[in-house]
Write a new protein. Sequence first.
Length: 183
Amino acid sequence: MIKFQNKYRIPSARLQNWDYGANGAYFITICTDKMQHYFGEIFECEMQLNELGKLAQELWKEITNQFSYVELGNFVIMPNHVHGILIINKSATVETRFIASPNNEEKKGGVTGDKNPMLSENISRIIRWYKGRCSFEMRKIHADFSWHSRFHDHIIKDSTSFENIQNYIENNPSKWEEDKFYK
């Protein structure tokens, strides 16, 4: 008998058979829980970041310091979501930033060993770090801050798509009232 018979399994939003650690550009959208406006408001077609919005922006920029194989494309902090392009480029030597003892390889990854998801160099790990870091810092200011549990990604496959998405992100605040996340 198969336990739960997949009754409680939530299907993955990720593209099957795609390596999300592969070099490439990824358009990411991360929403706040219940689409709450935690990051500020749009005024005269420009995003006015509040304290939490400024933290979200600062920590997005920190991604490149935390993950040496990542470059940032355009990004924008909106009242209730973040849009950004993450570019994975592992052509340079990648340094693992996971805390592990360099003298004791068998303990790498803690009790899960090399199955620890924080050892993977992929989009999920980057977003997990970003959301976790934001949550930790933002809850010092707004105790009930929270993200939606998932995130949306789009694999950018050509330069035309890349340019269109860069423009979409740049113009997002001026088109706020037309945005599907507008509430």
